[in-house]
Ligand binder design. Sequence first.
Ligand code: F0G
Length: 354
Amino acid sequence: MYRAGVIARYGRYLPVSDATPEVSLGEGWTPLIRSRRIGPSLDLPQLFFKYEGLNPTGSFKDRGMALATAKAMEAGAHTLLCASTGNTSASAAAYAARYGLRAFVLLPAGGVAKGKLAQAMAYGARIVAVRGAFDDALKLVRALADVPGVAIVNSINPFRLEGQKTAGFEVVEQLGAVPDRVFLPVGNAGNITAYWRAFRELHEREGLPLPRMHGAQAAGAAPLVTGKPVARPRTIASAIRIGNPASWEGAIRARDESHGSLEAVTDAAILAAQRRLGAEEGLLAEPASAAPLALLIRMVDQGLIAHHERIVCIVTGNGLKDPTTLTRGLQLPASVVPSVDRIRKLVSRGRRKG
Ligand code: F0G
């Protein structure tokens, strides 16, 4: 059977009607993968990764973008407009391409990972590189809300969060239970707001328990941790290089109502977690997407996690989006002559355990 998108799968819980087109690129229903090596090494046998990097454009953004695009079409818009650190722009560009809309994307100049920029270009978006940070670009987008025929598809568009909440439903369906804790990266704070909404809805609808929400920000871009906007956010995790999140209150509410936390992790810890996801689990995450694991590892070190807990880390974006960071500090392999003897020696030398 073909793969249905989030509107087909979860339409009954979304603000759609017969007038809403069923926009889809086959987004959603990404795998929930049980950790094989990191979990056991942390004495957490029930650690899972929700691999959102397997969405059609390689990030979780496609869920909300499917619904936002559908609602924009329903309203007669001809252009999708967004500011983005990269993934939102790639997603908007793809859905616009598929449905014959224009995509206009405002990116922080020099602040977007190569793979994401390549996507936006390949999907045919009009790209504006703004001299400034993501926050400056979002300010411009907000000021353009009155242009006729234009739909803003940042997460200030309520349909983005509605579509995004389907990821929370999936986690519970796939795990067969509500996890004890959910760890996810926080930038503009739409995602944590949407997950919390999903868990609250399941709680109200089906009486399910609520998980604790743990949001990881990068240390140089952690306004929700310090309590004040950051004028010049800095971090290697460009996806979450955001100084003044639009869904600020949503993140605080998710933290407080769930008895969770919003915490900062260093770039070094993010990169170490990213390497472990690749080398120990076979999962490529972009840097932002490794921040939750970095936070979890620290909390385990601090003795804050009980070993029987069911924990889900959301891997929000595919590592292929940011090859520069992925290969930083690595050396390209030297070439060898095509000699069986030579290569036999190399292959026979040692095997990895695990
Ligand atoms: N992870 C990835 C890979 C992201 O691209 C983003 C946000 C986040 C986490 C944080 O999610 O903003 O809802 O708190 N990316 C946005 C973008 C800002 O423009 O692509 P959030």
